[in-house]
Design a protein around this ligand. Structure first.
Ligand code: RM4
Ligand code: MN
Ligand code: MN
Length: 431
């Protein structure tokens, strides 16, 4: 029997801070009441928020210089699911896992499905991988995949995407995310327009294989691993492709895939307005990274993004059904801790965005009063909603303090014993 964090242990740990949380919650209740907000409405919002965990996020990532493997890292997809289940138990907002094929290719999809269900987990969007070569494959992706000049390479990449969809069908997934590393390192290397034409041709084949109730997500990225140009470089290209493909194609926003200082919340608003927002890969970024923990660098930006999302939710924007996922890779922290922390930060931004006085904001906008408009947003952003998040988690059976409870449980130590590092055996993922 593998170690799991026990429900009773969580309850027992919660006792330590229960009184303090209740006190803070009561204080916040009064504070919000003065602003005509019922705290219970915000608790319900916190309870309803869901974000998927990426299977590859529970392993230690690396930089292009080095990888420092952690103790007790998951060695296969089942162990990754164990870690995802631990996260879910403590934070309660992460019941779905997003798989990356072939890293997580199941030996038996039905068996994997049963393993996940037994832990209350389900499967979110599938992810294809044509950014590296896999053992036994005939053609190399060194110079591209879905946009490669050679049709046989493109066909192989299309076939891989179709396989992902097939696996996803058994697992109950309803979406497929396509991110390609295709691009160029040198001016002149790639004919920009021809590469995009080839992309569309390949994506049409993938689109045609989508079940009726599935969506396909196009993920743009402005650079890396290609350092001069990428084929799907920005939201404009992504939007064009999604429109060309049809109503089941949407644009996915990975926060780290934009140049520094880009106004991402505005991109989000545009995609909402055009009915093409797929959802998010949440992370944070200072310079060119796409793997730092969500909300760690630009929490105000995260809030402003959620401000747009909540505005669309309340306004019942057409075609608005965003899929939320974390997409982070951890080099120096325990991945479970980072993922929990990020999940909490997302719920925080979501709740704060629900706290924005939208009528007052609209009035300030219509009255051309920028100072008041900003003050309204800032008031929501600076209100500490932590007690709401803690109460929502505990009501759902989670931990008041997920990180502390996780550390106290000794989960990592137990896993280090259960999962001894065997030379050469680590879960597939980014190394
Ligand atoms: C990429 C992109 C994809 C993710 C890979 C691992 O930068 O964010 O979503 O699947 O990394
Ligand atoms: Mn991503
Ligand atoms: Mn990325």
């Amino acid at each position: 029997m593998h170690f799991e964090i026990d429900d009773d242990f969580i309850t027992e740990q919660n006792q330590h801070s229960r009184a303090a949380v209740d006190e803070d919650f009561e204080h916040l209740r009064k504070q919000l009441r003065r602003q005509h907000v019922d705290i219970e409405d915000l608790v319900k919002k916190a309870e309803s928020f869901r974000v998927a965990v990426p299977s590859w996020g529970v392993g230690t990532g690396g930089t292009r210089f080095a990888r420092f493997p952690g103790e007790g890292e998951p060695r296969d997809v089942y162990e990754k699911l164990e870690d995802c289940a631990a996260i879910f138990k403590l934070v309660r907002s992460t019941p779905a896992v997003s798989l990356h094929i072939p890293w997580d290719k199941p030996d038996d999809a039905t068996k994997l499905m049963a393993f996940a269900s037994a832990r209350g987990l389900s499967f979110d969007a599938m992810n294809s991988n044509t950014f590296q070569d896999h053992p036994g494959q005939k053609h190399s992706y060194k110079f591209g995949s879905l946009t490669h000049p050679d049709k046989s390479v493109r066909d192989q990449a299309v076939a891989h995407n179709l396989e992902c969809i097939e696996i996803g069908k058994t697992l109950g997934a309803k979406a497929h995310t396509v991110w390609i590393a295709d691009g160029g390192n040198f001016p002149g290397q790639q004919h920009f327009r021809r590469a995009l034409e080839r992309y569309l041709e390949s994506m049409h084949d993938i689109y045609a294989a989508l079940p009726d109730d599935w969506r396909v997500f196009i993920e743009h990225k402005f650079y890396e691993p290609a350092f001069y140009s990428t084929v799907i470089n920005d939201w404009g290209t992504s939007y064009y492709c999604a429109r060309e493909l049809g109503p089941k194609a949407f644009c996915l926003v990975d926060l780290g895939h934009h140049a520094p200082n880009v106004n991402i919340e505005m991109i989000v608003a545009r995609l909402i307005q055009f009915g093409k927002l797929a959802g998010f890969h949440f992370n944070d970024s200072k310079y060119g990274d796409d793997d730092l923990d969500a909300g760690s660098i630009k929490p105000f930006q995260l809030f402003l993004i959620f401000n747009e999302l909540v505005d669309a939710e309340l306004g019942q924007a057409a075609n608005f059904n965003p899929a939320y996922m974390l997409d982070q890779s951890h080099n120096i922290t325990d991945p479970i801790e980072s993922l929990m922390m990020s999940a909490v930060e997302l719920v925080r931004a979501y709740v704060q965005a629900h706290f924005v006085d939208r009528d007052a904001l609209m009035e300030a906008q219509d009255n051309c009063d920028p100072l008041l408009a900003l003050a309204i947003l800032k008031q929501a952003f600076t209100t500490d909603v932590s007690p709401i998040l803690a109460v929502a988690r505990t009501r759902a059976g989670g931990a008041i303090d997920p990180i502390r409870t996780y550390r106290q449980s000794g989960y990592r130590r137990h896993k280090a014993e259960e999962r001894p590092t065997q030379k050469g055996v680590t879960a597939s993922g980014i190394v």
